[in-house]
Write a new protein. Structure first.
Length: 722
């Protein structure tokens, strides 16, 4: 009976070790610590397999083989545990230096691999083997080399424990200290069992039997250290499978009872065929049933996690669509605080060496609710090694928060505030102080928001209103939320910077365009007041000379020719002045100027022009008027030169804060694709100029044309008043 119990313990130890190792590996295949843990579990399973087969073997030769087989698991297990300890303390160094890692791994495994070779080829460790009288095991005669190798194994295991304890003494994080202590104590059961077995104090206790405690403590210690996911997700899946299997068994059992007793078929070959046929639908529908069970358990048993998942999905959607940091922060902190039942929630954005509060929401009946407006409007936070301090812009209050503990969830660190001091300055040297303690007010968690190593903000979670502590699942929700927020804050920050730069560029372009128009006006005035009078005086003097030279043959004709050229020059000068700045805009206004221009255009080109104006077009600023007039000039000029049109419709309206102008003709039209290609080649400067003027006004210019179907030019931009 005792031998059977020993066999069961050994087999169970190996099986559980392998299952636990595979599960952890599948949860994080790329993490080195997961791979090392899987190796430890695999070596442990091989050791247990060899021990179990040694007990069940019938002959001395078979027992000898399986005793040596145990070395495949026992010997590599020891250096792997030590390598795991080195990973915890020097993982960054090991990642950076491949040569150093290779040298260390070779030094750790070389003596054990050499010992494994000697175990199979020589009798250097065991001089002889013999059966145990009245038992199922085997005993060996140990040599000094065996005791040396055992001492080396004990030394390496104790060295690994010492590394964990040294790392524990260096860290101030409570959870990490607990995890490292468990990692250091994990091999203790196996060491005790090994001493008992080697000293032959009892033949019923073997080292592999204690392997289940070693692997279990090791996994728990690493889990507490924050490198693995917690067990809740696994139990949820197990529960879903259990629900489906239980329901299917109940239905199948009831169906079988109906066949046997209800239909009085008894146990016959036809009944077994019906059993098989009845089981096929259950196998086919198992996956669908499992999804239903997961949704059921998620909603009714893990209701909190279900709500958090739904909230995370909603926030993820809003985070992707909201570009304004203020709107994003307000939405996040309010939804998170209400869904998790917290007293307060704050979101801070990295700014000028510290953090500026951009979102804050607190429960109205909680003391934190009294400071909502003040915190959101004025608070700036500075970060120290183990503390945070805040102050207001007007120095009305300040706070100091001490970080008492940190835990790690994957690549994210959660900081727990254990003490806070609030000072309120009432003036006249009066200061009020309020003390906050974790044990009285509940947990406060601070999570740094990082993306690619850049700190973009902080997310603070206030204590829960029910006084309970945060669960591990809630910590995972915080980490998932912080990851999304970090990306969103960075995107919002970059978007805001881009919008600011765009606004500054727009203002610069507008000021440049305004300066350009003012310079056009100045040049037009100089030409009108300076050069035009000279032409008029020249023409007047020619008239006088022509009157005096009426009797001189040939001179009168020459003077007439000079006078015509002077008049032509004056006309061209007036056209240039008109192009620089339509003077009619200042005298007649936009609508009258366009009407006059269209009448002249119709007369000069023999076209029928229809003008429609509507809405509020009064008091537009000069840049808007000039833009409309210039685009109209260019559109009409293109019609006159290229369209061959008979009718032109011109529409201008101002409505709902926008100005819209449409110039449409019934001419030949053109291929838009061909025009786009010509614009790329640097041609069609008129159309490019119209587009640039539309962009300057933060508007749009749309040209719709097809060969033989006329052309429609539409300009629209926001109203700008004088």
């Amino acid at each position: 009976m005792a031998d059977d119990l020993s066999l069961v313990l050994t087999t169970a130890s190996g099986f559980i070790s392998l299952v636990l190792g595979v599960y952890v590996f599948l949860r994080g295949r790329r993490q080195i610590v997961n791979v090392l843990f899987l190796l430890i579990c695999t070596f442990m399973a091989l050791w247990c397999l060899g021990e179990a087969m040694t007990v069940t073997a019938d002959t001395l030769a078979a027992k000898t083989f399986w005793t040596r087989f145990q070395g495949l698991g026992e010997m590599p297990l020891i250096p792997t545990y030590l390598l795991l300890a080195h990973y915890f303390t020097g993982r960054e160094v090991l990642r950076r230096s491949r040569r150093r890692t290779a040298v260390m791994v070779t030094a750790l495994y070389a003596p054990w691999l050499l010992g494994l070779v000697f175990l199979y080829t020589t009798g250097i460790f065991y001089s002889s083997y013999y059966l145990i009288e009245g038992g199922q095991g085997i005993n060996v005669v140990r040599t000094p080399a065996f005791w040396f190798l055992t001492a080396l194994g004990f030394a390496e295991i104790l060295a690994a424990s010492a590394i964990y304890l040294r790392e524990r003494s260096r860290t101030t994080v409570k959870v990490a200290r607990k995890g490292l202590l468990i990692l250091a104590l994990a091999p203790l059961p196996m060491l005790i069992a090994n001493i008992i077995m080697n000293l032959e104090l009892t033949l019923r206790v073997t080292t592999p039997q204690a392997g289940i405690l070693f692997v279990g403590l090791l996994a728990y210690g690493i889990l507490r250290y924050g490198l693995f996911v917690d067990i809740r997700s696994m139990t949820r899946n197990v529960l879903a499978h259990a629900v489906v299997v239980s329901v299917n068994l109940i239905i199948f059992t009831a169906l079988s009872a109906f066949y046997i007793y209800g239909l009085d078929m008894g146990l016959h070959w036809s009944t077994y065929v019906l059993f098989v046929l009845a089981g096929i639908p259950f196998m086919i529908a198992y996956h669908t049933e499992l999804e239903w069970a997961k949704r059921f358990t998620g909603r009714h048993i893990y209701g909190r996690e279900f709500e958090e998942g739904r909230l995370l999905q909603e926030l993820g959607s809003s985070i992707r669509t909201v570009s304004n940091v203020g709107e994003l922060a307000e939405s996040v902190v309010h939804k998170v605080r209400e869904s998790m039942g917290m007293s307060a929630c704050a979101l801070m954005l990295s700014d000028d060496g510290g953090y500026r509060v951009v979102g804050y929401d607190a429960y109205d009946k909680h003391p934190a609710g009294a400071f909502s407006e003040t915190v959101l409007a004025n608070t700036f936070m500075l970060e120290w090694e183990d503390a945070y301090t805040t102050y207001s812009d007007k120095d009305r209050y300040s706070t100091h928060w001490h970080v008492g503990n940190r835990i790690y969830r994957g690549q994210c660190v959660l900081e727990f505030i254990d003490l806070g001091v609030l000072r309120i300055y009432d003036g006249d040297g009066k200061v009020r102080e309020m003390l906050w303690r974790e044990e009285d007010e509940g947990e406060v968690v601070s999570i740094p928001l990082e993306i690619h190593g850049e700190r973009v903000g902080l997310l603070w979670f206030g204590g829960k209103l029910d006084g309970l502590r945060f669960t591990l699942g809630e910590f995972d929700f915080m980490v998932a939320l912080s990851t999304q927020l970090a990306v969103s804050l960075l995107n919002s920050k970059l978007m805001q910077e881009l919008l600011d730069k765009s606004a500054r560029l727009q203002r610069l372009i507008q000021s440049t365009s305004s300066a350009q128009e003012e310079e056009r006006i100045r040049i037009a005035r100089e030409l009108h007041d300076g050069l035009a009078p000279y032409f008029l005086d020249f023409i007047f003097r020619l008239d006088m000379l022509e009157a005096q030279a009426a009797g001189v043959p040939g001179l009168s004709a020459s003077l007439e020719e000079l006078r015509d050229k002077a008049r032509e020059g004056l006309r061209d000068l007036r056209l240039v002045i008109g192009d620089l700045r339509p003077s009619s805009l200042d005298v007649l206004g936009l609508e009258k100027s366009l009407s006059t221009y269209l009448e002249r255009f119709a007369a000069e080109n023999g076209m029928a022009v229809e003008l429609q104006t509507s809405g509020d077009l009064e008091h537009l600023d000069s840049l808007s008027e000039v833009t409309i007039f210039r685009v109209a000039q260019e559109a009409l000029s293109n019609i006159a030169r290229h369209a061959g049109a008979a009718r032109v419709r011109f529409m201008l309206k101002g409505d709902d804060g926008w100005v819209e102008m449409v110039v449409e003709d019934d001419g030949a039209g053109f291929s838009e694709r061909e025009v786009r290609e010509r614009m790329i080649m640097g041609e069609c400067l008129g159309i490019r100029g119209m587009r640039e003027r539309a962009e300057l006004m933060q508007g749009d210019l749309v040209i719709d044309s097809r060969p033989g179907s006329g052309t429609k030019v539409s300009l629209s931009f926001p109203v700008r008043r004088r």
